[in-house]
Design a protein around this ligand. Structure first.
Ligand code: ZN
Length: 349
């Protein structure tokens, strides 16, 4: 093995030689704070400010930095980043069996609001729009670094999803290689675009609008469906009507529409089981600092684990881990349940 490659301290990816897919390893990251237990306390009982929270304004974080007394959203480099910007890029390949490459990156945290007690669906459309603006700015800034190839904007909500702090926040990981899901989606989208001259998701959105049965939200700029192939019970896919590659291409009208769409989507989620609905959600966008691909179509995935109640969760285990995902309730039924929810949050109804 190469001497410069330190498996015990460098963030790196390893290739699974059975599937050809990558696994990200972050060996330096073993002292993350866990503040997830307080999620058991319902949001209604959470204080607007928590002196123990590393995201609340004015508090001191793990690395000793003090958060400013911010009034909207606030972004900083994660004190426990899975990727580091000073990692030297090297590769090893031991007989095509042990294949790895170091991975360079930047991991940021975005606090959506100074209010410790809120969640996205309870924030005002204006406040959510400010988060969309910040996502756009951060994306633009990170894409200026030439070594960055892909930028993942995402949110992990709820301790059930392994979220370490109930304060409403999301993350942005920017990295030097293309992750597995993006490589797969690039292939599928390129194939469709080469055959038809249209983006895969433009054609799919049009199909779903005529079929209606899986549509949950539709406005001038966005379509939200339970995808035909959804594997999580209440999985949703947000598709921009205009086939853009990156969030930076959205106009003011589109950004406002995205804020309105995200608010309505998350209110419908919370209303299903009258609970703060946990999920992992994130945008998929074209890789950066490479030839721009017109086949790539911006979209956002919502993967929530809840199945029958606030406490009954779907597990992806057994057959699903070994073969492929399986579901019981149909995507059409899930869409019907989501459509039948009020667009007024249950706490305010
Ligand atoms: Zn995707």
């Amino acid at each position: 093995m190469s001497n410069s490659f330190d498996f015990a301290s460098n963030p790196h990816t390893r290739i699974n030689i059975l599937t050809g897919e990558k696994v990200l390893v972050s060996p330096h990251r073993n002292k993350r704070p866990w503040q997830g237990q307080t999620e058991e306390v319902s949001a209604a009982q959470r204080p607007t400010y928590d002196e123990q929270c590393y995201l609340c304004p004015g508090n001191v974080r793990a690395d000793g930095a003090t958060n400013p007394d911010y009034e909207a959203s606030f972004v900083f480099v994660n004190d426990f980043s899975a990727l580091l910007s000073d990692t030297e890029l090297t590769k090893v390949d031991d007989d095509n069996l042990l294949i790895a490459a170091t991975e360079k990156g930047i991991c940021k945290v975005i606090s959506f609001t100074p209010r410790h007690d809120l969640t996205l669906p309870e924030m005002s459309t204006e406040a959510i729009k400010a988060v969309v603006d910040l996502w756009q700015n951060e994306f633009m800034e990170l894409a200026e670094k030439e070594w960055i190839r892909y930028i993942q904007i995402f949110e992990n909500k709820g301790s059930i999803m392994g979220c370490s702090n109930p304060h409403p926040h999301g993350q942005i990981w920017a990295q030097s290689s293309i992750p597995v899901e993006i490589a797969k989606e690039t292939l599928q989208q390129e194939k469709y675009y080469q055959n038809t001259g249209e983006t895969l998701l433009s054609a799919y959105a049009r199909k779903e609008i005529t079929r209606e049965e899986r549509v949950v939200i539709e406005n001038d700029h966005f379509l939200v469906v339970v995808p035909f192939w959804a594997s999580w019970p209440y999985e949703m896919l947000v598709i921009s009507k205009r086939p853009v590659q990156h969030i930076t291409q959205f106009t003011e009208d589109e950004k406002t529409a995205l804020a309105i769409t995200l608010k309505e989507l998350t209110i419908r989620y919370d209303n299903i089981f009258k609970t703060s609905f946990p999920y992992s959600a994130g945008m998929h966008q074209a890789p950066v600092n490479t030839t721009p691909s017109p086949a790539w179509h911006w979209h956002m995935h919502f993967y929530p684990p809840l199945l029958r109640s606030a406490s009954v969760k779907k597990f992806m285990v057994g057959y699903e881990m070994l073969a492929n995902p399986q579901r019981d309730i149909t995507p059409e039924y899930a869409a019907e349940v989501l459509r039948s929810q009020s667009t007024i949050h249950y706490k305010h109804g």
